[in-house]
Design a protein around this ligand. Structure first.
Ligand code: ZN
Length: 466
């Protein structure tokens, strides 16, 4: 890792400024102590002799990327699962549970898959992630131990928040009045050093009453151990299903969760919110002005899995209706929605890249957005908004900033020096519209990853190094 007490100068970058100039000026960014020290016209910064100087050759510098929701233990397992026949949610649960039972028997495979996910993510520009690892009677603490170990190993390169996550029900049956063994294991897990978040999927409980109890148990654990909470919530596109986000907000209000405390409650999927009326968004906006609730949508997973036609001939929900239209929700209601990858190559999400910029690019077509302000919202949703949603930087769904330089996409002096330079991008818009492969990742002002394609073709020949 390139690191220097005399700082780093990133020479000759272009910045995602909102102005329309065809010829955007180039800049030098000096970083010291993990923060931006100066931003000057390219060529005018005279670095200290001992400083690390990185030539960016006119690449576009954007905030580093963030997985606000990613499963570290069940990525890349499609080849270990029974073949998918229907692609349905119940089939995904069934084949994944079968594969998951093997995790403790092949720990090397578990580590190798998770390490590959982290490595590829960092090389695409990710410097922060919220990683879910499951804790239950099937896997015990195997996934948790793996997550904690890798978070430590990668700490200088990427901030990895570990979620002790109950994917399985905490109550054994609809008749249960007390939580069962999965809950006991979770209680043990959250008392361990290195856990940042406690999470669950209330929708797997036997009924709504138990789902609500699940939420209460998780919020109590979060409070007791001073953790963030994260729910897989409102995972349906059924207008008749009462959204549980209101129950979560009510609990947060009663329990005096406040933005000033720094701990957040994040809801993932939240596909039911995609059906919200303007009045419902306005109500949510009012609530989130004081209560620290953040929303992470997972379009790659939810457009695949949600809103399918059923055997009764039900009409499928259109693609964009299977997730939350993040640019529209911000434009019309001022609510920030983070976007994240969730799963890679498993039965819940067989397709899609782990590169957050590819996800932003998908959003352009999915939400049919053609304006620069909307593209900036998409770029922010996989970088700054995602970091806010998991609480690694301040901000989040407080009252709005304007969608220009004030959106935090262009660095300011004193900001954390966490960036990715996208090389070969003709202009900043290309980082969303057709993100390039060649990248350099900076974390705390240091280069932590470089990615370059090797190129050759039969016409011009010769390997081109970029
Ligand atoms: Zn998930």
């Amino acid at each position: 890792m390139a690191s220097s007490n005399f700082g780093t100068v990133i020479r000759n970058v272009r910045l995602p400024c909102a102005e329309q100039h065809s010829e955007t000026p180039a800049w030098d960014i000096a970083c010291l102590g993990g923060r931006v020290q100066s931003i000057t016209s390219s060529g005018s910064c005279i670095p200290h002799d001992e400083a690390t100087v990185i030539e960016a050759d006119g690449g576009v510098l954007i905030p580093s990327l963030c997985h606000s929701h990613i499963h570290l233990d069940k990525c890349f397992i499609l080849g270990q699962c029974d073949p998918l026949i229907t692609g349905s949610l119940s089939e995904a649960l069934q084949v994944t549970n079968k594969a998951k039972a093997e995790f403790p028997k092949d720990v090397d495979n578990l580590y190798a898959r998770a390490t590959y996910l982290i490595r590829e993510s960092v090389e695409s520009g990710v410097t922060a992630m919220r990683a879910f690892v499951e804790v239950d009677t099937t896997v015990g603490f195997t996934c948790l131990d793996m997550g904690l170990q890798l978070a430590k190993e990668w700490a200088e390169v990427c901030h990895i928040q570990i979620v002790a996550f109950a994917q399985e029900a905490l109550y054994e049956s609809a008749a249960s009045t007390e939580p069962g063994l999965n809950y006991n294991l979770l209680c043990d897990a959250v008392s361990r050093q290195g856990i940042s978040v406690v999470g669950s999927a209330p929708w797997v409980e036997p009924d709504r009453a138990h789902a609500l109890k699940n939420i209460e148990l998780i919020l109590s654990l979060a409070e007791k151990h001073d953790l963030h909470a994260d729910f897989h919530l409102d995972y349906n596109v059924d207008p008749d299903a009462a959204p549980m986000v209101w129950d979560v907000l009510q609990q947060m209000h009663q329990r005096s969760w406040r933005r000033s405390s720094g701990k957040r409650v994040t809801i993932g999927h939240a596909t039911r919110l995609g059906l919200f009326s303007g009045e419902e968004w306005a109500e949510l906006k009012r609530a989130t002005d004081t209560l620290p609730l953040e929303i992470v949508a997972l379009p790659q997973s939810d457009t695949y899995m949600m809103g399918r036609a059923d055997s009764n001939g039900k009409i499928p929900v259109p693609l964009a209706g299977r997730t939350i239209n993040a640019p529209q929700v911000y434009r019309e209601h001022g609510v920030r929605v983070a976007l994240s990858v969730n799963n890679v190559e498993n039965a819940f999400t067989p397709q899609g890249s782990l590169d957050p910029l590819t996800l932003a690019s998908l959003g352009v077509a999915l939400f049919q957005v053609g304006t620069e302000p909307d593209w900036r919202v998409l770029l922010r949703s996989v970088s700054i908004t995602s970091k806010e949603a998991i609480g690694v930087i301040n901000g989040g769904n407080t009252s709005g900033e304007s969608a220009d330089e004030g959106d935090g996409i262009v660095p300011r002096i004193g900001d954390p020096a966490d960036f990715v330079v996208v090389h070969g991008a003709r202009r900043w818009q290309s980082t969303v519209l057709s993100p390039g492969f060649d990248r350099t990742t900076f974390y705390k002002g240091n280069v932590v990853a470089r990615r370059r394609a090797r190129r050759w073709n039969a016409n011009t020949g010769g390997e081109i190094s970029s």
